[in-house]
Design a protein around this ligand. Structure first.
Ligand SMILES: [Zn+2]
Length: 342
């Protein structure tokens, strides 16, 4: 049986892709169709026997149809501004649907899922009556979850919309979580403005309010996870800054070690103070803000230019006599301070 490279016609979107297709032979274009069938995604068609003029070969009843090989969709990089191509593969249908929704929001297009099922996804544009955009994707194999775009007409003839059901509170919380972490005091109106500025999308006050609540839950969760990795952080400091001192104080609660205090004095700060700083030390403290409240106690030296020289710091749940004693005892040992020389 002879193999003929063929491409599915995008306009035949209503035709079931894995049953019968129109095929045409064509000259290979750069990045479109591989010479090596093993590098391309393959479908099988049960079309009738026909005659191909270019190759002077009969196309037999069961043919191998090759889709162009495009890169796989990578959520980490492609989700920001999704683009779709014929033959593009997605790990699963959820990734594909998420990309379609993001595409709709980024481009302001009123996309609608027309044919949904476990095996196939069909998307149309309802931005205007005659908009020709259409995307059809289905599983590459019955046993695998991988989805492949099997037909697409990516051009729109519709205008842009500024409100979509996909731009909801969950989406807002996910996209603006990092910004809300840096700006915890944003009010509802400010977040609304940011969504409008970045995506040209209008979201309601209720959506933004719920988005803030969801983002706060995520941020608090992330802080907890970071505390769980505090010992890894301490080891990393010691490894990358040999001579640094990191001491973690914990309290046992059953089998769990609960964080209490941490002391950090970097090797560079220690060396700089001992070799070039004035023999003066100042101490101070300030509060850490939500979500993980506490206090930070610091020791600051004075350098040769009479400038402040950060030396060491401790994070504690609350300032107390015992926490100050713990901090200063560690600092005295670290700097090798002897009685009468401080
Ligand atoms: Zn459209």
């Amino acid at each position: 049986m002879s193999l003929v490279k063929m491409r599915r016609q995008a306009k035949d979107i209503n035709m079931p892709c894995d049953e019968e297709v129109n095929v045409e032979t064509e000259t290979q274009g750069p990045g479109e169709i591989s010479d090596d069938g093993a590098d391309s995604d393959s479908l099988y068609s049960d079309g009738n026997t026909s005659y191909d003029e270019n190759t002077s070969q009969h196309v037999t009843k069961k043919q191998r149809i090759s889709l162009p090989k495009f890169k796989q969709y990578r959520r980490a990089t492609d989700l920001q501004n999704p683009e779709f191509h014929l033959g593009m593969q997605f790990v699963n249908q959820e990734h594909l649907k998420e990309a379609i929704k993001e595409y709709a929001i980024v481009n302001g297009k009123l996309l609608k899922f027309d044919k949904n099922g476990r095996k196939r996804v069909k998307v149309l544009c309802r931005g205007s009556r005659n908009c020709a955009f259409v995307l059809y994707a289905s599983r590459i194999d019955k046993k695998e979850s991988t989805c492949v775009v099997k037909a697409i007409h990516a051009e729109h003839t519709c205008g842009r919309v500024d409100m979509l059901r996909y731009a909801n509170s969950i989406w807002s919380s996910e996209r603006f979580c990092d910004k809300m972490r840096k700006n915890p005091n944003w009010i509802v109106g400010q977040l609304q403005d940011k969504v409008r500025e970045h995506y040209a999308m209008n979201v309601t006050q209720n959506q933004v309010y719920r988005a803030k609540i969801l983002a706060k839950k995520v941020i608090k969760g992330l802080y907890k996870e970071q505390y769980e990795r505090l010992r890894d952080y301490a080891e990393q400091i010691k490894k990358t800054n040999p001579g640094s001192t990191v001491v973690i104080k914990t309290e046992l609660a059953g089998d769990d070690a609960l964080f209490e205090w941490i002391y950090i004095c970097l090797a560079g700060s220690k060396k700089g103070f001992l070799e070039g700083g004035r023999p003066v030390l100042g101490v101070d403290r300030c509060h850490l803000k939500e979500p993980c409240s506490g206090q930070i106690l610091t020791a600051v030296g004075v350098d040769g230019n009479k400038g402040m020289f950060p030396l060491a710091y401790v994070v504690v749940e609350i300032e107390s006599k015992s926490s100050w004693i713990w901090f200063l005892e560690l600092l005295i040992v670290d700097l090798g301070i002897q009685k009468g020389l401080a």
